[in-house]
Design a protein around this ligand. Structure first.
Ligand code: GLC
Ligand code: CA
Length: 563
């Protein structure tokens, strides 16, 4: 078993700065806004902030297209503000981890500006350039993650460059040692500022296949998902081990966004011989997508699938490594709608989801607004959307014959903007986010779902999250105990235990919107055992019946040791 680390009993809060809090009234959240709200985060009880990118960027993909890694985007503030944020957070015993985007830069980064000047430029080989096919078309038929060809033609030099994401995000050539050294230098620059670690963006894409052939198309556009030649390719781990050795050679914490890693390969990535401390898995959040990730072909997502995916991952974590626990981030819809349905809302279901994932084995991440029970937004037309991926998916859906109305419905369900609408601070103008019209429209339900209401109501989702955080901190079994899924085949209930030595805690979750009977496998007996936490408070409902679970009810018990 690996030794215990500080980040294992931490709770991490993710901030999407553009939508968190605007202090200079331009409609865009900023670093000073994060500083202003540090006391709020302290009250919630978190230990670490993961800050989405705040570096200089033309904002084609909201900061994931970086034009200067070592400076702050003017709309977010200055390097002085950033230094102040690190210091102010530290005063409150909160540390900061930053987003590290190593797969690509912006096409406006000086490296790329040089690279595209000519075929013999010294930085030409820093990116991935290829000749056209003999008929002048793109080198192959790979489709970028945001739709359309993954190749962009450059008139001046007569070659194409590769972009896994948008055409304003050219991919770096990791096989070039100069590129790697330049990136390591940048990482050390940030570590010297006293940040505690990094979230690594799209890291399993950095190594490209040597084979640049066409692949069979999956759609009428003749293209094929770029993943086939760019995701999790042979040679990737060599690059990652060098990164670990040269850039992560101090006591920092790393969590990697690593799509494409299979459970059986986890020991290469996490644990004592792995590269990172944790790895974001996608199985549970992609449960409603087909294998190509097309949002406009959503699948059913029964509880059984979710339970299976999470349980498999928890069983690996029982043996090796550690897991980041998350149900929302800036790329996902709001969890309440994602996992429970487009029409579900309210504190009870929000608390059910909180109970379910915060008590699993791993380090919980809370995405801004999740602690209030924020929901998806249904903007009236595609013009309201900002997210480059939503716009790409909408276009592709319409091209494939969906009506605009149908296409829009899938955007309501899956758009990344669902999680990016501005944070609701109060029920005043623009939800207290800004005095200026915000860069993205506000969800109209801010009148009821907001921080102010959550703070005053002791039964709120916010206070429930606070309690869960405390419960984790006070119970070693919730940190290090092993996970057991008790009734894998139950269609409505998810019941799991966490056990360590003689201690055992049972988590009982009704994922259905109906009252259902509660049967537990013998010899488990919850009568006369203390309820540690539950999402129905005495006030908002009739007294608890031991053998019935109300809609979306969650109960957590400490079991007596003979169980
Ligand atoms: C990651 C980020 C996402 C971004 C993409 C390209 O998936 O989470 O927001 O669009 O990488 O950098
Ligand atoms: Ca601002």
């Amino acid at each position: 078993m690996q030794s215990k680390k500080w980040w294992q009993n931490s709770v991490i809060y993710q901030i999407y700065p553009k939508s968190f809090k605007d202090t200079n009234h331009d409609g865009i959240g900023d670093i000073n806004g994060v500083i202003e709200k540090l006391d709020y985060l302290k009250e919630l009880g978190i230990d670490v902030i993961w800050l989405n990118p705040v570096f200089c960027s033309p904002m084609d993909d909201n900061g994931y297209d970086i034009s200067d890694y070592m400076d702050i985007a003017p709309e977010y503030g200055t390097m002085n503000d950033m230094d102040r944020l690190i210091a102010e957070a530290k005063k409150r015993e909160i540390s900061i981890i930053m987003d590290l985007v190593l797969n690509h830069t912006s096409d406006e980064h000086p490296w790329f500006i040089e690279s595209r000047k000519s075929k013999d430029n010294k930085k030409r080989d820093w990116y991935i350039w290829r000749d056209p096919k003999t008929d002048g078309s793109a080198p192959n038929n790979w489709r970028s993650k945001f739709g359309g060809s993954a190749w962009e033609y450059d008139e001046r030099s007569g070659q194409y460059y590769l972009h896994v994401f948008s055409k304003k995000q050219p991919d770096l050539n990791w096989d070039n040692p100069e590129v790697r050294e330049a990136l390591y230098e940048m990482i050390h620059f940030w570590l010297k500022k006293g940040i505690a670690g990094f979230r690594l963006d799209a890291i399993t894409f950095i190594k490209k296949s040597d084979m640049m052939d066409d692949f069979p198309s999956d759609s009428s556009d003749g293209l094929s998902p770029v993943d086939i030649g760019t995701l999790n390719q042979p040679g990737l781990l060599e690059h990652l081990h060098e990164l670990k050795k040269k850039a992560f050679n101090q006591d920092i914490f790393t969590v990697a966004e690593a799509p494409g890693v299979l459970a059986r390969d986890l020991p290469d990535y996490v644990g004592d011989n792995g590269v990172f401390d944790m790895l974001f898995e996608f199985g549970h959040v992609d449960i409603d997508l087909d294998k190509d990730g097309k949002w406009y072909k959503p699948l059913d997502r029964p509880l059984s699938g979710l339970k299976k995916v999470i349980s498999e991952s928890q069983e690996v974590i029982n043996q090796i490594g550690w897991s980041p626990l998350y149900i929302e981030n800036h790329d996902l819809p709001r969890s309440i709608n994602h996992f429970l349905g487009q029409h579900v809302d309210g504190p009870i279901p929000a608390k059910l989801l909180a109970t379910f994932y915060m008590l699993l084995k791993g380090t919980p991440f809370i995405y801004q607004g999740q602690e209030l029970g924020m929901t998806n937004v249904n903007f009236p037309s595609i013009e309201y959307y900002n997210d480059i991926a939503s716009i790409g998916q909408y276009k592709q859906a319409v091209e494939e014959g969906y009506s605009e109305e149908e296409a829009l419905k899938t955007i309501w369900r899956r758009s990344r903007d669902n999680g990016r609408t501005p944070m609701h601070w109060d029920n005043g103008n623009n939800a207290g986010f800004s005095e200026h019209e915000p860069w993205l429209s506000i969800n109209p339900n801010y009148q009821t779902i907001n921080v102010q209401n959550n703070l005053t109501d002791s039964n709120s989702v916010f206070h429930y999250y606070r309690q869960l955080i405390q419960l984790r901190k006070n119970n070693e079994v919730l940190l290090h105990g092993s996970y057991d899924n008790l009734m894998p085949d139950d269609k409505d209930l998810w019941t799991y235990t966490r056990s360590l030595g003689n201690e055992k805690i049972i988590v009982i979750l009704n994922f259905s919107d109906k009252t259902v009977p509660l049967h537990l496998p013998s010899p488990i007996n919850i009568n006369e055992t203390p309820l540690l936490i539950g999402n129905y408070s005495a006030e908002n409902n009739e007294p608890m019946e031991t053998n019935l679970l109300r809609p979306f009810e969650a109960r957590v018990f400490q079991l007596k040791s003979e169980n």
